[in-house]
Design a protein around this ligand. Structure first.
Ligand code: NAP
Length: 462
């Protein structure tokens, strides 16, 4: 067996279920809270009371980093999943089982046990608040998700063992998945790997799929990047291409195959919004989803494009900016620029679309040929002009000047005609690859709760 790691809120059964699983698999049971108490000689409530939560989290991080790599069942403290460093240690060569329970059950189970103070709220409100705050972290941690509300620990252990033995997708779902990929345009080595993952019985029932959903999708660099990251972090997943003209078909398939996550690309970023169960606030405002996380039977849509645009521009907070384009990526860019308190004017080939996006995001808009009158500190190109094989630049040479920062979101080629021209004029330039790197970093965090250094992603893309 691989290490089994149990995550979840207090009162979801981690300790009892963990003991049962460890006895059944004849391996050690390690409870990180007990290890902390043994190592410090103090109780958890005492550490919280005397040294505060921050100190507790430091000790917890050290204990998790020191866990043996050997087969074992590990039960983690309820807040351990929030720390990306913990998640990198816990995920390595392990199956992570998220235990959940409803509010009433958790309240009833922990009402009489001593608890460290996480908030100043009464117990029930504190549970609701913490479940909400940690929701994304718990979901990212889950390879398997087991609701323990109506089960005994022994029954929960039976369910976990069954899923570990057989995997979640049914044989008919695996067959349907194989037919989908065999009917597509995948190259032979990519198809062979999927035939291993989806075989009945599978070579490893716990290998989970992720992928890029698009039409076309085969140009995506996602599989190369994510599969390299899975190898680096010891994660038992495989990332592939979900290429089909119908996003509805892709979503049905990904749900039945228990896919962990999707990156969503052209032309599905808007349409997929109606096919997920929920979206976060930023995504709703932007109106496009580029990331779907599946966990515990539901699909959540996110937009990480805006974070990928925002990160390289943080030092330009409050600047005067021009955004070229009013399509899907421009919407994410407008949201990012406004979030950085910039004074933004949107210019677009079709002015009505610039007007509509400006009204939606709190920006100005103007005719395309007014660029010279604005004299911005920053220009962001969110049109496809300059994308291979197009060699056009959205601006002419005389329109760029040395104190202008030029961010071209086009990343094929990495040095676009606009970037080349801006470099020649002494401008600060930011290439579209930076957006790709930062949005992929955010996706990885949403999928697995792990914070990958940007440099690691850059290394695998070069
Ligand atoms: P989109 O929704 O189709 O929008 C394209 C925008 O560009 C529209 O505003 C369109 O104007 C304008 N446009 C298209 N052709 C033009 C032309 N010949 N002259 C002037 N304007 C033109 O596309 P999108 O999803 O926003 O993607 C835009 C670009 O972003 C992509 O081509 C890609 O290079 C880049 N991108 C980069 C990343 C990254 O990670 N770096 C990720 C995704 C996309 P109209 O309204 O007049 O049609």
């Amino acid at each position: 067996m691989k290490r089994i790691v149990l995550t979840g809120f207090r009162g979801t059964g981690k300790t009892e279920i963990g003991r049962i699983l460890a006895a059944q698999h004849r391996v050690a049971f390690l409870d990180t809270d007990s290890l902390i108490e043994q190592q410090t000689g103090r109780s958890i409530p005492d550490i919280f009371h005397e040294d505060g939560e921050e100190r507790f989290r430091t000790i917890e991080r050290d204990v998790i980093a020191g866990l043996p790599p050997a087969d074992a069942v590990i039960s983690t403290g309820g807040g351990a999943v929030v720390d990306p460093v913990n998640m990198a240690h816990l995920r390595r060569d392990s199956t992570v089982v998220l235990l959940t329970a409803d509010l009433d059950t958790i309240e009833q189970r922990i009402a009489r046990s001593p608890r460290p103070p996480l908030t100043n709220l009464p117990l029930r409100e504190e549970i609701a608040e913490m479940l909400d705050r940690r929701r994304q972290n718990y979901r990212a941690s889950a390879d398997l998700c087991i609701d323990t509300s109506g089960t005994t620990p022994a029954t929960a252990a039976v369910i976990i063992n069954d899923r570990i033995g057989k995997g979640v997708p049914t044989p008919s779902a695996r067959k349907e998945g194989l037919a989908f990929f065999r009917g597509g345009r995948l190259a032979a080595p990519a198809l062979r790997r999927l035939e291993e993952v989806l075989a009945s019985p599978p070579s490893d029932p716990l290998t989970r799929l992720l992928g890029v959903a698009g039409y076309p999708a085969l140009h995506s660099r996602g599989p190369r990047l994510f599969n390299a990251l899975f190898a680096e972090y010891g994660i038992n997943c495989h990332y592939t291409f979900f290429e089909d003209p119908a996003i509805g078909r892709i979503m049905d398939l990904t749900r039945s195959l228990d896919v962990k996550g999707l990156s969503v690309t052209i032309p599905f970023k808007q349409d997929v919004m109606t096919l997920v169960d929920e979206v976060d606030e930023a995504t709703r405002k932007i109106g496009a989803v580029n990331t779907v996380v599946f966990a515990c039977g539901s699909a959540t849509g996110y937009n990480t494009d805006w974070l990928g645009i925002r990160k390289p521009l943080v030092s330009l907070k409050g600047s005067k900016a021009v955004l070229l384009g009013a399509g899907g990526v421009a919407s994410a860019a407008a949201f990012a620029l406004v979030d950085l308190d910039m004074d933004v004017t949107i210019l677009n080939r079709t002015p009505e679309k610039a007007k509509e996006l400006a009204a939606r995001t709190g920006c100005r808009w103007a005719a395309w040929d007014t660029f010279d009158q604005i004299h911005p500190d920053l220009v962001v190109n969110a049109t496809p002009l300059g994308m291979e094989p197009d060699t056009r630049s959205p601006l002419r040479g005389e329109q760029v000047y040395p104190d202008l920062t030029v961010f071209d979101l086009v990343y094929t080629p990495p040095v676009t005609p606009l970037i080349e021209m801006a470099l020649g004029r002494g401008c600060r330039t930011i290439q579209g690859t930076e957006m790709f790197i930062e949005q992929a970093k955010e996706q990885f965090w949403l999928f697995f709760g792990i914070d990958v250094p940007s440099e690691t992603i850059r290394k695998y893309l070069s």
